[in-house]
Design a protein around this ligand. Structure first.
Ligand SMILES: Cc1cc2nc3c(=O)[nH]c(=O)nc-3n(C[C@H](O)[C@H](O)[C@H](O)COP(=O)(O)OP(=O)(O)OC[C@H]3O[C@@H](n4cnc5c(N)ncnc54)[C@H](O)[C@@H]3O)c2cc1C
Length: 351
């Protein structure tokens, strides 16, 4: 049985940063993730895509952010159960929780932090009859490594942020990028829509709207897509890759059966205080939770992790009073005894 102070379900950016915030409070952490590697969506869906809205980083690749988080939490020596899905939860007589994975690994903690993001990743597939035949033969639902598409012809389908962002990114990588979308309007950020329009004018993107990919052609590998246009009829575009980006259908998975209050596939939490769920001792942070005004962004998960850990500390040590210190004053002391000292000048400045 693995015992810890805070058991974190989900090792995405939110779960990883929870280790840091808990570590500052001298709380031990252990993470469970169904995926074989930490990083959640950042590692699994877009490791080579730049992120521009992490405070203090004008631009950082999603994979690099995960590497940095792993470096930042190293002193706190968290435990990991990777490649296993948290399946069941049980409240024990001593008021702690027992979480068991699909492989039977048991974890015990007084506090559980669910940082399960989108849950299990299930890409939405377009209804093209032979699409399954071309999976891994030119059809991809997630772009893991954009270098695969260097100097290749790519057809992307979709009208949201993901389709727009990758169209913009691949315009400089692929030899030819075609974006196919059902409507004339896009659901993505205005900025990205404008950029795609610019690239289309420059001839770097071939934009086909009011159209849908209906057919895939090829033998051992995809060679062309058949597109049905609303007014122009059938169009064939030769391509090496077809990437439908219609988002991921959120599936909470087993967590949905834990007796937690769920709204639109997300866990309802108390955001007036500490992101606790309807079950005391179980918190939900990051993309997995919902409350009025929720923003599904990495920075929201970081903030929620910090607040949640303060509340968890009070739950674990009801008689102790914790006085919050800036890391610039106290430094960061890990469980392995290493200490990153705060710089003296900074301390002086704060005092
Ligand atoms: C293409 C794309 C671009 C994006 N760009 C940005 C951006 O520029 N800026 C930004 O702030 N955000 C961006 N996002 C959103 C951002 O990635 C998410 O907000 C962030 O990943 C949420 O982190 P998380 O840790 O809460 O959840 P996730 O990253 O979803 O991690 C959750 C983890 O929990 C695991 N899990 C779930 N259920 C279980 C279970 N039962 N047992 C074990 N493990 C489980 C999953 O396997 C997963 O690894 C983007 C998302 C996408 C898809």
């Amino acid at each position: 049985m693995i015992k810890t102070d805070i058991l974190i379900i989900g090792a995405g950016p939110t779960g990883l940063f929870t280790v840091f915030e808990a570590g500052l409070l001298k709380l031990k952490t252990h993470l469970i993730d169904a995926l074989p590697q930490p990083g959640g969506q950042c590692s699994e869906i877009y490791p080579k895509k730049p992120i521009y809205d992490i405070p203090g980083f004008p631009e950082i690749l999603a994979g690099q952010l995960v590497d940095n988080l792993m470096e930042q939490i190293k002193p706190f020596n968290p435990g990991f159960t990777l490649g296993e899905r948290a399946e069941t939860i049980e409240k024990l007589e001593d008021d702690t929780f027992l979480v068991t994975t699909n492989k039977g690994t048991k974890h015990n903690a007084p506090v559980v932090a669910i940082a399960g993001g989108l849950g299990s990743f299930e890409p939405r597939k377009p209804p093209i009859p032979n699409i399954i035949d071309f999976e891994d033969k030119g059809v991809a639902y997630i772009i893991r490594d954009p270098e695969v598409y260097r100097d290749k012809r790519v057809v992307i389908a979709g009208g949201g942020d993901s389709a727009l962002d990758w169209t913009i990114f691949l315009a400089d990588v692929a030899s030819e990028v075609t974006l196919v979308h059902r409507r004339n309007e896009f659901r993505g950020a205005l900025d990205s829509v404008e950029r795609v329009a610019e690239l289309t004018k420059l001839g770097k993107v071939n934009l086909i709207t009011e159209a849908e990919v209906k057919e895939l052609k090829g033998n051992d590998h995809i060679e062309a897509v058949g597109i049905k246009h609303k007014t122009e009829g059938d169009i064939t575009v030769d391509t090496d890759y077809f990437i439908p980006l219609f988002g991921l259908s959120p599936k909470l998975g087993p967590i949905g059966n834990w007796g937690l209050e769920i709204e639109k596939n997300a866990i309802k939490v108390d955001n007036s205080y500490d992101y606790q769920t309807n079950i005391p001792g179980i918190y939900a942070i990051g993309d997995v939770n919902t409350y009025k005004g929720k923003l599904k962004l990495i920075l929201s998960g970081f903030h929620e992790a910090a607040i949640m850990c303060q509340s968890a500390y009070q739950r674990i040590f009801p008689d102790k009073k914790y006085v919050m210190k800036y890391t610039t004053v106290g430094g960061v002391e890990g469980f392995d005894g290493t200490k990153k000292e705060a710089k003296k000048e900074v301390v002086k400045a704060i005092i």
